[in-house]
Ligand binder design. Structure first.
Ligand code: BES
Ligand code: MN
Ligand code: ZN
Length: 495
């Protein structure tokens, strides 16, 4: 996808499709008003007839309009004028993006960034539009024998009053975030037979070569030498050996690194505590935390952000088998804490704890782990917010703000000691099972035992990283949230 900003006038723009906005009350944006005047009131007449649904993101296509340079005009609803905000702006841009991605036209001009979203500047509108338009064009056709011919707009211009370099930068940023999301989605959407631990490791190595950052793959023997028995216990019964992916991006001079830790469970059968069969295919998405870390490295390296970033991905497959962990087994983590495995399906925390201990050696500015950790988080927050847990309130606040800025939101949950009793074991320092109440909290609390030495946040993305049903697929979340976080850290470091 190619996106640029242009200062062209709406009515004059020579383009396949011109995109303009209208409100639910039938009023037009100033760009749409200019088009309407040139076209003799065709748009306002259609709106008066009720041809455009008032819901933000609904679209209405006009084949061609007299007095307008574009071949077609796509009118998109911005929802109620009084409710105009981040959400309706994003819905409108995404709606336009979907229509453009499905249509036959190769190039389009989008005149929506002129809309005055309360409390959001032009750069935000441009960056958000670039990300959403590029993301709407994401397709996953790789495994098909006869992939459909490429369709949809590939070349977009965003019509703004007059071009300036800050806006070019905003476009570049939005595109890089969408590119990171596309990698995260691809890795998630691939079946577990293809996207296994070795595939994730190979992807990281290839990307490091392409974009110029360091990647090291720790094999089982290396992990054994480090004492990562907890992580290794999860992958024991798989024919695909565990890979611990260590990525280092270093453009931040002497500053302390931000460390990202991803759960890369390339398939989670539950192990001996086997999961039921319904929707089990969706456990291919259990590597989306690791996929997010890879996606973020793509975004950050593409942009050349002036930060130091370490990425740690535990790529493991959780299988039953003769060699598998049993409930009741006790393993010793790298930190020395012993763990009674009461349920082999609570495996995410078993791999993350060792990666979190490994993170200490980088003397991090902060550590953020990203994991499809608990079904309980899906029950608590559904598909709209990732669960956020942190041992540092300032870090939590930064992440919540990044979520708001992108619409890729998180919601903070407690890490209170009160829940600690649920992790008691009669046979080891801790059990890996907290019981049904507050399952997302006890999972996070388990991790907190391994993060005492640094500022830490945990994002439970079980509900946000993929969607079920007809539109089944990976979402690329929380790449937008964390990109925004890293962008603000980079901006703070530069100032
Ligand atoms: N990968 C799952 C969590 C999950 C569930 C992600 C649904 C996405 C959708 C995780 O490994 C798991 O199985 N968690 C168990 C923990 C329980 C045994 C304490 C769960 O949530 O049921
Ligand atoms: Mn599990
Ligand atoms: Zn899992």
């Amino acid at each position: 996808m190619e996106i640029s900003v242009s200062g062209a006038a709406v009515t004059g723009a020579k383009t396949g499709t011109l995109v303009i906005g209208a409100f639910a009350d039938g009023s037009l944006t100033s760009a749409a008003d200019a088009v309407d005047r040139a076209a003799g009131g065709t748009l306002s007449a259609a709106l008066a007839r009720g041809d455009l649904d008032g819901k933000a993101g609904a679209t209405l296509l006009f084949p061609s309009l007299a007095g307008v340079g574009a071949d077609r005009v796509l009118l998109v609803s911005l929802g109620a004028r009084t409710a105009l905000g981040d959400r309706s702006f994003r819905d409108a841009v995404s709606g336009a993006g979907r229509a453009l991605a499905a249509g036959p036209v190769a190039d389009a001009a989008v005149a929506l960034v002129e809309v005055d979203v309360p409390n959001r500047g032009l750069a935000w509108r441009v960056q958000t539009s670039a990300r959403l338009l590029a993301d709407a064009a994401y397709k996953f056709d790789a495994p098909r024998a006869n992939p459909p011919a490429p369709r949809g707009a590939r070349k977009l211009s965003l019509l703004v009053g007059g071009a300036n370099s800050e806006l070019d930068e905003a476009v570049r940023t939005g595109l890089a975030v969408a590119e990171g999301m596309a990698l995260t989605k691809d890795l998630g959407n691939l079946g577990g037979n293809v996207c296994n631990p070795a595939y994730m490791a190979d992807t990281a190595v290839a990307m490091g070569k392409e974009l110029g950052f360091e990647v090291e793959i720790l094999e089982r023997a290396d992990m054994e030498a480090l004492g990562m028995q907890s992580a290794l216990s999860v992958g024991r019964a798989s024919y695909s050996p565990c890979k611990f992916i260590v990525m280092k991006y270093s453009k931040g001079g002497a500053s302390k690194p931000i460390v990202l830790v991803g759960k890369g469970m390339t398939f989670d059968t539950g192990g001996v505590s086997l999961k039921p069969g319904a929707n089990l295919d969706e456990m291919k998405y259990d590597m989306c935390g690791g996929g997010t870390v890879l996606g973020l490295f793509r975004t950050v390296a593409r942009l050349g952000l002036p930060i130091n970033l370490v990425g740690l991905v535990m790529a493991v497959e959780n299988m039953p088998g003769g060699n598998a962990s049993r409930p009741g087994d006790v393993v010793r983590s790298m930190a020395g804490i012993t763990i009674e495995i009461l349920n082999t399906d609570a495996e995410g925390r078993l791999v993350l704890c060792d990666a979190l201990t490994y993170a200490e050696r980088f003397e991090p500015a902060c550590v953020i782990d990203i994991a499809t950790l608990t079904g309980a988080c899906v029950i608590a927050l559904g598909a709209h917010a990732s669960g956020l847990f942190a041992n540092d309130e300032a870090l939590a606040a930064e992440l919540l703000a990044a979520g708001h800025a992108t619409g890729d939101r998180a919601w903070q949950m407690p890490l209170w000691d009160d829940y600690q009793g649920q992790l008691k074991s009669n046979f080891a320092d801790m059990s890996n099972l907290g019981g049904p109440p507050a399952g997302a909290v006890t999972a996070a609390l388990f991790l907190s035992h391994f993060t005492r030495k640094y500022k830490w946040a945990h994002l439970d993305i079980a509900g946000t990283s993929s969607v079920s049903g007809d539109a089944k697929g990976a979402t690329g979340r929380p790449v937008p949230l964390l990109s925004e976080f890293l962008l603000s850290r980079a901006a703070a470091a530069a100032s």
